[in-house]
Design a protein around this ligand. Structure first.
Ligand code: AMP
Length: 453
């Protein structure tokens, strides 16, 4: 569908149009153009749209319209009219932020609740009338059990990032929530992908839904330039640190496979003089919020995250994403790089790939039906002693390094000389074969001490 239509032609109320204009949005995104008329008409909706498409406004705006045009004369406390369920606390907080932003000129009350924080302030907040509740499933059910929340008056139910909900094992909680909702209600389900599992879930939630889809299944954002450096696992930290410093990236989101890996990488980057922090499920909510705010405001230039923690991070126009390790689920790659190139801006996604991760790379290329450009890893970095030892100790046979492959560490460049890489992710030239080989395992000369900013 064309995006040439205007917000005004979607018949949105004046307070909403004013808020949209203040946000600087000029035209609806494709998911908004497709979803809003159906939601306004009261239909159930099944939408294939991933984060970054503008899906949050796609359901928030018509819901706010309903609240504005159909006010209740009397409302009981702790009985929301709209329930939005999200898989993570970050996403919940961001969805509520959107409700507040788009609803700032309307008299709409909203509240967000998630676990990991004290329940008592939430109980107090639920003593007031409430229009929109955004919640993660576990804490929501705690409140129902404590009878501080009543879901019997819900008119609109939204299941956001349903695929991730299932990945995170929320299916039983979702079923419990559904049993608490009134039979007559409007249902909206958003998911990046539609697996058979999602379709089965959708059948139990939605009533004769309209289906809309904004990106063909499992394709990566077109405006994201993707590239790969083949780098042994033990050298990745040194290589990444070098690339960030050389390229002057000011806002880069780095994905690791484990929480522990996220912590270790962030510590290493900080040691190397970079403003970095890790964000993952083991961190307190306060620490996560602080890291995210620091990253958004530019105080932190590197945020290291696991897949789950990164879900729902709403960061506008993120220029750079790095896969420190490739995910073993190829769909996660699509989610990760969906963080960049958002809302019309171009982005870069660089993956550091050990030869042992080739199977993941192939799976990603199969899923996205494209070959990701391999660019030789930069030279000019110095391996830290631990990394050098790890490589020395690694069993080399039967993988004999190709002596012609020159993507391993070298002595540091002479003073004043720049590394020959420039911005590696931007180097779009396709290299065949050579870059595929395991990089030279050892530095070719004695490591020179590296300057730390
Ligand atoms: P979402 O997919 O809901 O996470 O939204 C992605 C980003 O797009 C958010 O930062 C929104 O602020 C932004 N956005 C949403 N709708 C529009 C629009 N119509 N024009 C420009 N940016 C938008």
């Amino acid at each position: 569908m064309s995006t040439e239509i205007s917000f005004a032609s979607l018949s949105l109320a004046e307070p909403l149009l004013r808020a949209i204009e203040e946000e600087g949005y000029t035209v609806p995104t494709p998911i908004q153009a497709q979803a809003i008329p159906h939601v306004l008409a009261g239909s159930d909706l099944m939408a294939a749209a991933q984060t970054g498409t503008g899906k949050t406004a796609g359901f928030t705006l018509p819901i706010l319209q309903r609240l504005i045009t159909q006010p209740l004369t009397q409302q009981k406390s702790g009985t929301p009219r709209v329930l939005i369920l999200t898989p993570t606390r970050e996403l919940a907080a961001q969805v509520q932020e959107s409700v507040r932003t788009y609803g700032k000129h309307a008299r709409v009350s909203s509240f967000v609740m998630f676990g990991g924080v004290n329940i008592n302030p939430q109980i107090s907040a639920l003593r007031k009338p409430l229009d929109v509740l955004v919640a993660t499933p576990g804490r929501l059910l705690d409140h129902v059990q404590q009878r501080t929340l009543d879901l019997s008056a819900v008119e609109v139910f939204v299941l956001d990032e349903a695929d991730r909900m299932l990945d995170m094992g929320f299916i039983r909680d979702i079923r419990k929530v559904l049993a608490l909702l009134p039979k007559l209600r409007q249902n909206l389900l958003f998911s990046a992908t539609f697996s058979e599992e999602i379709r089965t879930l959708a059948r139990g939630v939605l009533n004769n839904p309209v289906e809309v889809s904004v990106s063909p299944r499992n394709t990566t954002a077109e405006r994201v330039e993707q590239s790969v450096h083949m780098v042994p696992q033990a050298h990745k930290r040194d290589v990444l640190s070098h690339i960030i410093r050389e390229s002057g990236w000011h806002q880069v989101l780095v994905f690791t496979r484990t929480k522990h890996g996220a912590n270790r990488l962030a510590e290493k980057l900080v040691k190397d003089g970079l403003q970095a922090a890790a964000i993952h499920g083991n961190k307190s909510q306060a620490a996560r919020t602080k890291a995210l705010e620091g990253f958004k405001s530019g105080k932190l230039s590197v945020l290291v995250a696991t897949d789950i923690a990164a879900r729902g991070l709403d960061i506008d126009q993120l220029p750079q994403v790095v896969n420190f390790e490739l995910p073993n689920m190829p769909e996660d790659y699509v989610h990760r790089i969906g963080r960049t190139g958002r809302a019309g801006a171009a982005g870069n996604a660089l993956s550091l790939v050990d030869i042992d991760e080739m199977k993941y790379l192939k799976a990603i290329e199969r899923l996205t039906r494209q070959t990701i450009t391999q660019v030789p890893a930069p030279t000019g970095w110095t391996p830290s002693p631990a990394a050098a030892r790890a490589i020395d100790d690694a069993p080399r046979a039967p993988r004999r390094p190709d002596p012609r492959a020159r993507s391993g560490p070298r002595s540091a460049p002479k003073a004043g000389a720049r590394s020959n890489t420039g911005s590696p992710a931007r180097a779009g030239t396709r290299t065949e074969g050579r870059a595929d080989s395991r990089p030279a395992a050892r530095p070719t000369s004695r490591p020179t001490p590296r300057k730390v900013a």
